[in-house]
Design a protein around this ligand. Structure first.
Ligand code: ZN
Length: 491
């Protein structure tokens, strides 16, 4: 048979000449050859696996062979095991390959183990991917898009950003369809975001109105008042904005007034700005304002309050965050004025910056409002407005603060008579009293600086009050309408 088949080899060219029986046999032989080949292959693979299992170290990877990690995420090794001839040799496995989650890409991790000179290797692929969608955000309303009537969309009020690609604003596709604006953007990994906004051809925004003058105007009775000039602008009307001003200001009468500036655009949107005008009393010549800083303090403030009560005199306390609340409450209830001296009285804090000053002021302001139920608008700067120590912390800060406190509706009061009671307890009660009485004048306001935390002060004030009364002076507490006594700013 075999000879016959050998003879038949060139069957390809002569197959046309084979009869049906010969053709059938040929198919059978080919089929058997294929079976034998497959059998040998299976045996070979089995043998190889068996050889590897028995004679080569084994590595088994836990988890998937291909692992996905989100961009900027953390890759955590899922684990592996290794054995050789029944023995656990996991500790001998060397793992190499770094995953950089800062960069999208594929990172192979290679696990290799050596034992008895035989080496096994396995590989895991870590894919760093970006599955996060880009974000589209809007300057104004994210649901509604208002476009000025009779104008076109300016494509200027949206942003797109992506965790991987960064700013994608320039590649956003914007299209108006069915009264909606459609925004579409894709990142480099194919993550897509689509947003819609309803389109309304309508102006709903009021004009901007900015006064050139301050929002708080401080005047003294009899001064003249004139309206501030202003700037207007509008998103849809441009400068086609009508401004009306209302509200009475009577500078002949002490009090607080409101001047209301109303700006109206072509489509009826209105913006209102209120200017507060405070008309203060003219300086009261011959009046003595006793002012006490740095308190309250138990043991001194209460004695000072006793003396003031006994003599029927009202004074002003510029308080800090120190001392007991009930002394502030008592001073307020007995008709004295409570002013703000800052919470910490720490120069390095209050004069660090304008923000730092106002943060500190807010603390003592909140304290006073909580205790008295009333917000205080009276300020005394630590060291006075003329202090130079603030230069050390912030050059020029007093020039800014003295203006800014007025802008915010406060008044500040320095002094023109220093009792010198704060100078390290150097002076006796008699000396302190005479420093004050020797400087009193009927021809001006007498704003006296004292400290209710000082022991000698409490003993001096009785003498000062007695002198003042017997020499025809009046004592008053500072009110929000008391004209300011201010020193020259030196920083
Ligand atoms: Zn002080």
């Amino acid at each position: 048979m075999s000879n016959r088949y050998k003879k038949m080899r060139p069957y390809r060219t002569k197959s046309k000449n084979l009869n049906a029986l010969q053709k059938k046999r040929l198919v059978e032989v080919r089929f058997r050859q294929l079976l034998v080949f497959i059998l040998l292959l299976v045996v070979g693979v089995c043998f190889l696996s068996f050889y590897k299992m028995v004679f080569l170290p084994r590595i088994v990877l836990e988890g998937d062979r291909v692992v996905e990690v989100e961009y900027l995420g953390k890759y955590k090794e899922p684990g592996y095991l290794s054995s050789y001839q029944g023995e656990n040799i996991t500790s001998k496995v060397k793992v190499s390959g770094d995953v950089n989650t800062n960069k999208i890409g594929e990172y192979p991790i290679v696990y290799q183990v050596k034992c008895d000179g035989k080496v096994s290797t396995k590989t895991r692929i870590v894919k760093v991917v970006d599955r996060k969608k880009p974000k589209i955000s809007f300057v104004n309303d994210s649901k509604k898009l208002y476009i000025c009537p009779n104008t076109k969309y300016l494509f200027d009020d949206y942003y797109a950003s992506d965790n991987y690609d960064g700013d994608l604003t320039n590649v956003v596709k914007v299209k108006e369809e069915d009264s909606r604006m459609r925004y579409e953007v894709s990142d480099s990994s194919g993550n897509k975001t689509i947003k819609y906004r309803d389109v309304l051809y309508k102006d709903v925004e009021g004009p901007t109105l900015t006064l050139d003058g301050p929002l708080n105007v401080m005047l003294v009775q009899g001064d003249s008042f004139s309206d501030s000039t202003y700037q207007v602008d509008d998103n849809c009307s441009g400068d086609d904005v009508k401004v009306s001003i209302s509200g009475d200001v009577d500078t002949s009468k002490v009090g607080e007034y409101e001047r209301i500036y109303k700006a109206k655009d072509k489509y009826g949107n209105v913006t209102k700005v209120v200017q507060k005008v405070v008309v203060m009393e003219p300086s009261k010549q011959g009046v003595i304002y006793l002012t006490f800083d740095d308190g309250p303090r138990a043991g001194t403030t209460d004695i000072i309050l006793n003396v003031l009560k006994e003599k029927g005199v009202k004074a002003t306390f510029f308080v800090t965050n120190s001392g007991p609340d009930d002394l502030i409450k008592r001073a307020y209830d007995e008709g004295h004025s409570i002013g703000l001296h800052t919470a910490s009285h720490d120069y390095s804090v209050v004069y660090q910056s304008v923000d730092s000053y106002f943060n500190d002021l807010k603390q003592v302001s909140d304290r006073v409002e909580k205790i008295t139920g009333e917000k205080s608008w009276l300020i005394r700067f630590p060291g006075g407005s003329s202090n130079t120590i603030s230069k050390k912390y912030s050059p020029g800060i007093m020039s800014t603060l003295t203006k800014e406190v007025l802008n915010r509706g406060y008044r500040y009061y320095d002094w023109n008579i220093d009792s010198r009671d704060a100078e390290g307890g150097k002076y006796s009660a008699d000396e302190i009293a005479s420093f004050v009485t020797s400087h009193l004048s009927h021809d001006r306001v007498n704003m006296v600086l004292m400290h209710d935390i000082k022991v000698n002060t409490k003993d001096a004030i009785g003498k000062i009050i007695d002198y003042g009364i017997s020499n025809g002076y009046r004592f008053e507490a500072i009110t929000p309408y008391t004209d300011m006594v201010i020193q020259r700013v030196n920083n």
